[in-house]
Structures are given as C-alpha cells and as structure tokens.
Design a protein around this ligand. Structure first.
Ligand SMILES: [Zn+2]
Length: 230
C-alpha cells in the first residue's frame, strides 16, 4: 500500500502516454469516476441510495419485480455494447414504493464503479428549479443544462414530478432532444406511465419512449408498495 486512491496516475488526474514519439498528458480514467461522485454528492440523491445494488433488491417473491430486476440488470450488462444505439436507454415507471429508484441507482452504481462510466444525476424537481433560476443569464443557463446534456450517461430521478409549467417543458424538451439527437443514453425513473408521459408532452414523451423501447419497465398495483406491505 502506498496510499494512492488511483494506482494508475497516483492521484495526479492525468497519465503520460506516447504519441508519435512524444510524451503527452491525457486525463486518467479515474477522473470520470471522481467527477460523477462529486455530482452525485451535489445531486440531493440520498446516501442510502448511493449504495444500492442488484443483490439487495428484494423481489418479495413477486414475478413482476423479478422481471423488473432482470431487465435492469440486462440493461447494465449490455450498456457498453449498445451505448451508441437509438434504443440505448431505460425507463422505470410506476407508483411510489415499488423500487424503481433502487433499480435505477443499482444500474448507475454498477456502471460507475465497475465500468467507470461518467454519470450526471438529476433529481428532477430540484434540478428544474435550479435551471429555471438561470434562464435570464445565457451563460449560466447553458452551464446548468450542459452537464445534463453532455454527460456520458444521465440519470433522471422522478421525471415530471409535480406540476409542469411551460418553462419546465421547454427546458426538458431541449435536454431530451439533445440527448436523443446525439444518441446519449438515459436511465429514468418516473411515477408516470408511458401513456401519461406522452400525454403530458408528445414531443418529449415519444422521444423518451423510443430511446427506451427495449427497456421499459412498468410497476403498477398497490401490492408493490413495500412501504405499505412489508
Ligand atoms: Zn487516475
């Protein structure tokens, strides 16, 4: 043990590689993880959720939950192969207490910790409030929305929670359309059903559902609420 967190770059954040006979500095792969951890800390997603994995997801003997877990796990396992595809995203729909945030975070935690995938975490309501506060300041606005547009993977927790104003929907459209056009994957949890999502805004909903065509999970039925039935 020499006390370095990263053995590769000895916590310098860059490594020297040979390029055409000259040594050049490139960003070390540990930096994607460091940045994601920082974003996670700032996102408002609880520490408890930051530790969730697939193994501690309790299916409570229910087929619908087993199927959901397998789908989420399958998404994680295929992520690197299908990252650049049109259908590279997953949506976990359903009522509160069904475990959709747990599964969404299990995907992100594994992709971050095992694969070093850079992730931006968007706690929807809080993030929208923060972005809206910047709309009169162009630079501030693009900085605020830019992280969510450009991150390699975007996790949106509780998409469309609360009442949506026209400003909310304009911002969300800009974000979703950007990621759709650039084929950048998203992991989404929401209390809306796919039909409701498209009903709130067709341009936004149809793009999301196309990206999530291969991985759409719907958890409905009050017996699924572990907060009531465990
Ligand atoms: Zn490093």
């Amino acid at each position: 043990m020499n006390g370095y967190i990263c053995e590769k770059c000895h916590d310098m954040g860059f490594v020297l590689v040979d390029k055409d006979g000259a040594e050049v500095a490139v960003r070390c792969e540990c930096q994607a993880k460091r940045l994601s951890m920082l974003r996670l800390k700032r996102s408002g997603i609880s520490e408890e959720l930051q530790k969730k994995g697939f193994n501690d997801f309790d299916c409570r003997g229910m087929e619908v939950l087993k199927t959901a877990k397998n789908k989420a796990k399958g998404y994680y396992q295929n992520f690197l192969l299908s990252e650049g595809d049109r259908h590279n995203s997953i949506i976990l729909c359903g009522q509160p207490g069904a475990g959709k945030t747990h599964l969404g975070m299990a995907i992100c935690n594994n992709l971050l910790n095992v694969c070093g995938v850079e992730i931006a975490y968007m706690a929807y309501r809080n993030a929208m409030t923060a972005i809206k506060q910047t709309v009169t300041d162009k630079d501030g606005y693009y900085k605020a929305i830019g992280t969510y547009c450009n991150a390699r993977l975007l996790y949106i927790d509780d998409l469309l929670k609360g009442r949506q104003t026209e400003a909310d929907l304009n911002i969300l459209y800009e974000l979703v359309n950007y990621r759709y056009m650039h084929k950048k994957p998203m992991v989404i949890s929401t209390e809306k059903t796919p039909e409701e999502l498209v009903g709130v805004d067709e341009a936004i909903g149809s793009r999301i559902m196309e990206m999530c065509r291969r991985y759409t999970v719907v958890l409905q039925g009050k017996e699924l609420n572990y907060r009531l039935y465990s």
